[in-house]
Design a protein around this ligand. Structure first.
Ligand code: FAD
Length: 420
């Protein structure tokens, strides 16, 4: 491993993934004597927490997914490479990526792997065709087409039963993504689309949120969880807890209710917001290093976020498993910055400092306009104050001044008015 600064051959850092972990690591290396190559299979940095607003027509894709090249245009030591990483050779220190039949092999001295996670259908991958997840811009646009398409077809439908199925939306998973999506779908039908259709009233739509566990937002504590459920129900969302989805097809979903009885809901539009599985790159790294993986495929990393026997390889964000952390943006951001700091520190001859320490900044989820819940340490906030907090935090982390302005404009139109 190269650990010395050499002006002629700068230390080469390869970063895989331009999500929260990878982008913040790259930015943190701005002033370090390194050459950074940031590889991603997409050309953008995706702000996943607001994908549901793309799916429900509040925000457009550009605001949520600015081009990575544009974000890093002033960072002279950063190179952006489009490519799908297919292999990592830890012995030869090389990463191989491909795009449109072109293969590229990029050598590194230090490697930061931040390839994130995908959706898990818990072994039922065939559900994906009928219940798309929300992990990428393509997913959000697909969902947007399905949601607004369902309303359009409902306008043409004469048969009451078929129309009811078109106006039924089932969201699977009662975590923050599912709650936000269900709340937004309810708002869309109650407010957003009011008076826009002639053969039915969008307010008659049915939104069902299905959660296998005993509560929605289970990780937020009993009080906030109960408040969230009440707020959703007030919006008209049917909240079904302790209920498992056992089948999904084009026409609807099959549920196993708490008493183990089976129930069928006819619903044309389904959204899958339950379960994650780590990037398959984790499998390659586990095999090469013997690092353990948990059920979600996350790699067990050392206290300094490196892999066993490879102090030059850092794994951060959703891909890593470290006690006391979860799959949230802050873990990825802080992990990415930590890895960057560690690499730069070594080059400056600073001994490896303390282990990675995650500073938990709390959790936030919106339920509807003007209503959110926040759990920050022992502090629990709900309603309008939590919503303002949510607004400020999200605006802070959206990349780029122009995007922030545009988001504020769209939020004003959607939240004060009802435009989409
Ligand atoms: C819908 C949704 C809502 C969320 N809401 C919140 C929230 O409100 N608050 C919160 O804190 N967290 C939220 N999260 C979680 C948060 O977004 C993740 O924890 C965070 O994005 C993880 O960062 P990461 O860098 O590990 O991975 P990601 O941000 O997912 O980035 C991974 C990157 O790697 C790239 N990649 C993957 N495989 C390859 C490959 N083989 N080759 C090249 N590139 C590859 C991907 O294209 C992607 O750009 C949400 C997630 C989702 C999906």
């Amino acid at each position: 491993m190269t650990t010395q600064t050499d002006a002629a051959t700068p230390h080469r850092v390869v970063v895989i993934g331009s999500g929260f972990g990878g982008l913040f690591a790259t930015k943190a290396l701005q002033r370090a004597p390194v050459e950074v190559t940031l590889i991603d299979r997409t050309s953008h940095h995706l702000f996943q927490p607001l994908l549901y607003q793309v799916a429900t027509g509040i925000l457009s894709t550009g605001e949520m997914a600015p081009p990575t090249r544009e974000i890093l245009r002033k960072q002279r030591n950063a190179h952006v490479v489009l490519g799908d990483v297919t292999s990592i050779d830890l012995e030869a220190h090389r990463v191989t990526s491909t795009v449109l039949g072109r293969t590229r092999v990029i050598p590194y001295d230090s490697l930061i792997v931040a390839a994130g996670s995908g959706q898990s259908y818990f072994g039922n991958d065939h559900f994906a065709e009928f219940a798309p997840s929300m992990k990428s811009i393509d997913d959000a646009l697909e969902l947007r087409a399905r949601i607004f398409g369902a309303y359009e077809i409902a306008e043409l439908e004469d048969d009451e039963k078929a129309r009811a199925a078109l106006l039924t939306f089932v969201v699977v998973g009662g975590g923050p993504t599912g709650v936000e999506m269900a709340g937004q779908l309810a708002e869309l039908s109650m407010r957003g689309l009011r008076q826009e259709f002639r053969t039915f009233d969008p307010a008659d739509s049915r939104v069902v949120l299905v959660e296998a566990g005993p509560a929605v937002l289970g990780g937020y504590g009993e009080k906030l969880s109960a408040k969230t459920r009440r707020a959703l129900e007030k919006l008209g969302v049917e909240v079904r807890v302790n209920t498992k989805v056992v089948g999904v097809d084009a026409a609807g979903v099959d549920l196993e209710d708490p008493d183990k009885s089976l129930e069928r809901i006819e619903a044309v539009t389904k959204v899958w917001a339950a379960g994650v599985s780590s990037s398959p790159l984790g499998g390659i790294l586990a095999e090469a290093t013997g690092a353990a993986r948990n059920r979600a495929g996350q790699l067990a990393v050392g206290p300094d976020l490196t892999l066993p026997g490879h102090p030059e390889v850092f794994v951060v964000g959703d891909m890593m498993q470290l006690p006391g952390t979860a799959g949230v943006a802050q873990v990825a951001i802080q992990g990415g910055r930590f890895a960057a700091g560690r690499i730069a520190g070594r080059l400056y001859g600073r001994p490896d400092a303390a282990a990675f320490h995650y500073r938990d900044k709390g959790m936030l989820a919106t339920i509807s306009r003007f209503r959110a819940v926040a759990s920050i340490g022992r502090l629990e906030v709900s309603g309008f104050p939590a919503w303002i907090l949510w607004l400020v935090v999200h605006l802070f982390y959206i990349v780029g001044f122009r995007n922030r302005l545009s988001v504020v404009m769209h939020w004003t139109v959607s939240f004060l008015g009802r435009g989409r």
